[in-house]
Design a protein around this ligand. Structure first.
Ligand code: ZN
Length: 204
């Protein structure tokens, strides 16, 4: 794969910015983008083209610089959750997730089909590669090429935005249940893939 293949489409990049703005406000977002030397993203010019993985990880890195690892993590999680509704608006109907027939499926089927549809969305429209591994009690969401921690190095997993996004996706898929979602491996830490573990049985 060429280096130039590592992109999110413009629409997805905007969804990340919208989620962050919802959590941090316009000024908070502006200062994080400034810290990442990405001020131009605020001008919202769709002709700017795609968001490189470098841009996506640069924003995550700046969040930690601005708020510290713990504070940055909290904001990234919340921003990930906030992104979901914008993503659903943009992609939900094309994924078939908003159809009544899908909504009425039993929960295990819905989880399986929903997670698969989300993975396909990334695999088909971005340079991010997602592999789903189904286990008895867990679904493993493996990211082989991860924009969130692209070219980063860290002691702990750092792809919190993906964790928040998956949490909110599952909350929506299940009609309001909370699932335990945790990143257990991260390329930034030297692991071969970023792995997010989803417990199939909801907490509530
Ligand atoms: Zn990652």
């Amino acid at each position: 794969m060429k280096k130039t293949d590592f992109f999110y489409p413009q629409k997805m990049g905007q969804i990340i910015l919208l989620g962050m703005e919802e959590v941090m406000g316009r000024n908070g977002l502006a200062s994080v983008l400034h810290l990442a030397s990405l001020d131009s993203l605020l001008q919202n010019d769709p002709s700017e083209g795609a968001f490189s993985f470098e841009t996506v990880s640069g924003i995550q890195n700046a969040l930690e610089q601005a708020y510290g690892p713990r504070g940055g993590r909290g904001i990234a999680l919340r921003a990930g959750r906030a992104c979901f509704k914008y993503g659903l608006k943009e992609y939900g109907s094309s994924l078939g997730l908003t159809e009544m027939a899908f909504r009425l499926l039993p929960l295990p089927t819905k989880l399986h089909a929903g997670v698969k549809a989300f993975a396909d969305l990334f695999n088909q429209h971005t340079g991010q590669r997602v592999r789903i591994e189904e286990q008895e009690n867990q679904i493993l969401w493996h990211i082989d090429q991860c924009p969130l921690c692209w070219e980063r190095h860290a002691k702990e997993p750092v792809c919190h935005l993906a964790v928040g996004l998956l949490q909110e996706s599952l909350y929506w898929l299940s009609g309001g249940k909370i699932f335990d979602v945790e990143e257990s491996a991260c390329i930034a830490r030297g692991d071969p893939a970023c792995t997010i573990v989803i417990e199939k049985t909801p907490i509530s």
